[in-house]
Design a protein around this ligand. Structure first.
Ligand code: NAD
Ligand code: DAU
Length: 333
């Protein structure tokens, strides 16, 4: 099988490429990535010389490079996106361009070259927030941020290409991932690396919002299953079922790094902050998937990874990142 993975130099995409190359010895992978601020070829140093892997720098919204690659592959898996909610609140433009127009460009090329499968990597955020209960794949979309609205737009376009043109699409919607190679703007790597640098951790509001934490390799296993056994035209939720408030999560990280609660800095809340995401995963469970990574063990291993790989994140937390960080967090309550 020949696959085009877009956004493969990001967090989940790079973990997925490594996972696929290891598991399937006859798969060939093209990785198309624009290398935005969070796209990072360091994420794939260990596979860059693999003869079954090839990197292409480019934009998913650029029809020329997209068509050049799509005509030579069987499957497209679209991980490429602007993915950070806070940045979408500060500067939404690139979210619309990449998440909506970029996905549209890929769908058009997939239609033109009669791709066998198109997998859109979406998110639980498209359903919006709920205090109790769990979203099913059939629930209406109710996004809150420019990020989740742009991802919802991409989902609807993807489904429209299935209904109108019979394009063989599938959609995954997962909860919050964590693990190695996550850009240190998201809560887990930001808090671990801040503490390793001797900085406080900025917790929004009172830290009572809840998230479901999915280890990135469990998500890779789920996407693998959907690639091989998923039903065309269907959406699959993916979650661990392990929910924590942000305060509970922060205390776990503090404890692992031998810090007390004085390292927490309560800062102004995120505008439109979704209280809780939670998914009903009975559909993917019927396909045969279960999460296998236990949070307590996987978070320790994740913290260890950031401790041991300071070369990876230290260079990311300088220059433009520091400007962003200042703009984002210098607003104490
Ligand atoms: P990330 O921000 O770490 O990586 C995104 C990658 O896409 C980067 O390598 C970036 O350079 C690339 N990219 C951005 N714009 C591009 C463009 N126009 N053309 C080509 N490449 C471009 O994101 P992630 O956390 O790995 O998320 C991957 C996907 O999974 C996204 O679609 C995101 O919406 C979705 N998702 C993420 C999570 C999570 O917890 N991280 C959870 C659910 C869904
Ligand atoms: O749910 C899936 C989504 O998870 C993905 O679609 C997004 O791409 C991904 O970024 C993530 O979105 P969140 O907004 O949930 O992740 P983030 O790490 O930004 O925030 C997690 C929670 O922690 C959220 O309630 C906000 C809070 N937070 C975050 C940061 C960065 C803080 O309290 N302080 C922080 O500094």
């Amino acid at each position: 099988m020949k696959l085009l993975i877009t956004g493969g130099a990001g967090f989940i995409g790079s973990n997925f490429i490594r996972y696929l190359l290891k598991k399937y010895k006859n798969y060939k992978i093209f990785n198309l990535d624009k290398l935005t601020y969070c796209g990072n070829l360091d994420n794939l140093i260990d596979v860059e010389k693999n003869p079954r892997y090839k990197f292409f720098k480019g934009d998913i919204a650029d029809k020329k490079i997209v068509e050049k690659l799509v005509k030579n592959v069987d499957v497209i898996i679209n991980f490429a996106a602007e993915s950070h909610v806070d940045r979408s609140i500060l500067e939404p433009d690139s979210f619309i361009k990449t998440d909506i127009f970029g996905t549209f460009t890929l769908l058009e090329a997939a239609k033109k070259f009669k791709i066998k499968k198109f997998i859109q990597i979406s998110t639980d955020e498209v359903y919006g927030s709920r205090k109790i209960g769990y979203f099913k794949e059939t629930d209406p979309l109710n996004p809150s941020s420019p990020y989740s609205a742009s991802k919802a737009g991409a989902d609807l376009l993807t489904l429209a290409y299935f209904k109108t043109y019979n394009l063989p699409v599938l959609i995954t919607r997962s909860t919050n991932n964590y693990g190695p190679y996550q850009y240190p703007e998201k809560i887990i790597p930001l808090f671990i690396t801040n503490l390793l640098e001797g900085k406080k951790v900025p917790l929004y509001g009172r830290g009572l919002n809840k998230r479901d934490w999915l280890y990135v390799l469990d998500n890779c296993r789920a996407i693998d299953l959907i690639l091989h056994k998923g039903k065309i035209g269907e959406i699959y939720n993916i979650a661990s079922g392990y929910e924590l408030t942000n305060l509970e999560l922060t205390k776990i990280i503090l404890k692992e790094l031998n810090k007390d609660e004085s390292w927490i800095e309560f800062v102004k809340d995120r505008p439109g902050h979704d209280f809780r995401y939670a998914l009903d995963c009975s559909k993917i469970k019927k396909l045969g998937w279960r999460p296998i990574y236990q949070f307590k063990k996987a978070i320790k291993e994740t913290i260890d990874w950031y401790k041991k790989n300071q070369w990876w994140w230290k260079k990311l937390k300088s220059g433009k990142f520091l400007e962003y960080y200042k703009r984002q967090y210098e607003k104490k309550e």
